[in-house]
Write a protein that binds this ligand. Structure first.
Ligand code: DGJ
Length: 541
């Protein structure tokens, strides 16, 4: 009898284990998917839409100890994902001998913190140069040729025409992806991979080696001119003043595509490239001429190069901008250029401070971003997160439980943002059946005191408004007051709150934490500096 019981238990646990293994095995890979009538591309993780509220660590932090000491800062940021570098020189210090011990520790560490991981492959290109390639690559200038500038001098950038360099980079990257599959193929801690970093040539518009010049003087690549619907001719004839940059972009994007393709063959995670902005009004070097190879790396996926990259690098799923501009005009221009049917918006890197906390709302609410990631989350020396991240951390705190709902509203086209700018104290949003006036940093009354200005002394108002149903809205924001009216095309004259609740989502279920009464909502629905997540049911009469 005892034996039968024992056997039964063994069989039960074996079945349970097999069941678990099967459940893990069938969990779909992280992938991009077009969803809803708008065919909006979203990132799907463990079968569900996933919005990245991330942080990128500083360049030298891609080591286990440094990452571990930054965990309190990741937590304080309320991030769900961390971008961190993997250095080619670190994993392959000698050719063909790989050391993935650091890679393993970091992935397991992030997993233990409940965080997702986005490794950044610092390979052939890093900020338009080559700083993180192994010493055996740097020192063998014959086998791994550098770009020659106009004067024929070698510079600190590897040539995109170097076949041996491509072979070495893609071998290393494929080995890395194979390894990530081995240690993470079931868990999916790693959800997305960046291939190279701010690629392009800084220091020259193209490689002026004899072979490169021979190619440049020949016909522009047929594949490219056909894809761009241009007439054939030499690079100069077809692309005029952009000829050298397009030529570089063609070879460089093809190179990076080959690296990504080899990585995907080992483990097909979605892959993206980030961008050092420049060209067509996107440079932040305002006091210099904006020239490829000079103010920004030539041949990279800058906004005027996206069509080329889309044609020649099909294995790069997303091109994501690094945006450090404070100007709302330039910031939104960049957001709109990287939001395309073939390119979901992912803000890979951005600055810190209230300005960027506001722009996060544009990205999510106006451009349906799949993610937003400030740079340098571990910047401060001690345990504490630097004060510059406070507003972003508040954003992430208010938004994080509502992310599945926000993703759904994005798909349905029912999400909008209102963001305060200098000289813009309010904005009106039009929804089905309702118009909403958003007033930024409104005057508010605290008990017994007269109405007084609210919020900090700088523009900070920001709100996401999503229409959940004909008379129901989700509101997430800071330093705003909302007034509701029936839209002009209805017979109603006024709108009134039926039920106003502050709360959080718990696994998709709304949990009210506070019923907002008349004293608080009589001068408009006020969302304060600490931030609120509110559901409001309305009626029109
Ligand atoms: C952009 C780069 O992509 C990052 O790796 C880092 O160098 C930052 N610039 C620093 O601001």
């Amino acid at each position: 009898m005892k034996k039968a019981l024992l056997l039964g238990c063994v069989a039960f646990f074996a079945l349970a284990l097999t069941g678990r293994a099967q459940a893990q095995a069938v969990a779909p890979m992280p992938h991009l998917e077009k969803r809803g009538a708008r065919a909006l591309t979203q990132l799907i993780v463990d079968g569900k839409p996933f919005i990245i509220l991330g942080g990128q660590v500083n360049n030298p932090t891609g080591f286990p100890d440094r990452m571990e000491s930054a965990w309190p800062k990741f937590k304080a940021l309320n991030a769900n994902t961390i971008e961190y570098p993997i250095y080619w020189e670190q994993i392959e210090p000698q050719e063909g001998r790989f050391d993935f011990s650091g890679v393993d520790q970091i992935i397991k560490g992030l997993r233990s913190q409940g965080l997702r991981a986005i490794p950044l492959w610092f390979g052939t290109w890093k900020n338009g140069a080559m700083d993180y390639v192994p010493a055996w690559v740097k020192s063998d200038t014959k086998r791994f040729p550098r770009v020659l500038d106009y004067g024929g001098r070698p510079i600190r950038v590897l040539s995109p025409h170097g076949q041996a360099t491509l072979e070495a980079d893609r071998t290393a990257f494929a080995a890395l992806m194979k390894h990530i599959k081995e240690i993470d193929g079931n868990e999916h801690t790693v959800i997305l991979v960046q291939v190279e970093n701010e690629s392009g040539i800084l220091g020259s518009p193209r490689d002026y080696s004899a072979e490169s010049t021979r190619l440049f003087n020949g016909p522009a690549a047929t594949e490219l001119v056909t894809a761009l619907k241009m007439p054939p001719g030499t690079w100069k004839e077809v692309f005029g003043r952009r000829a050298e940059e397009m030529f570089t972009g063609y070879y460089l994007s093809g190179y990076i595509n080959a690296v990504a393709k080899a990585g995907k063959a080992a483990y097909p995670l979605p892959m993206y490239c980030n961008v050092w902005m420049g060209g067509e009004g996107t440079s932040d070097r305002f006091l210099e001429f904006d020239r490829p190879g000079d103010s920004y790396p030539s041949g990279g996926p800058q906004s005027h190069m996206i069509n080329l990259w889309k044609a020649t690098a099909p294995d790069i799923d997303i091109i994501g901008p690094d945006i450090y501009h404070q100007s709302p005009l330039i910031y939104r221009t960049i957001l709109s250029r990287y939001t395309r049917p073939d390119n979901p918006l992912y803000v890979v890197e951005t600055g810190i401070g209230t300005v960027f906390a506001r722009y996060c709302f544009y990205a999510l609410g106006e451009f349906s971003a799949i993610g937003f990631c400030p740079y340098g989350v571990d910047v401060s020396a001690g345990e504490e997160m630097s004060a510059g991240f406070m507003d972003m951390a508040a954003n992430f705190r208010v938004l994080k439980t509502a992310l599945p709902v926000i993703a759904d509203l994005q798909v349905k086209g029912k999400l909008q943002a209102a963001v305060e700018e200098e000289f813009i104290p309010g904005r009106e949003l039009a929804f089905d059946g309702y118009d909403i006036l958003v007033r930024f940093r409104p005057p508010v009354r605290s008990s017994g005191k007269p109405l007084a200005a609210s919020g900090p002394p700088v523009p900070s108002g920001r709100v996401l408004v999503g229409q959940l149903g004909p008379d129901e809205f989700l509101v997430a924001g800071f330093d705003v007051a909302l007034d509701f009216k029936p839209s002009l095309d209805t017979e109603y004259t006024a709108a009134q709150g039926l039920l106003i609740e502050e709360g959080v989502y718990d696994n998709g279920v709304w949990k009210p934490t506070w019923l907002i009464n008349g004293d608080i909502s009589d001068a408009g629905l006020v969302l304060r500096t600490e931030g609120n997540l509110i559901k409001i049911k309305l009626m029109r009469y």
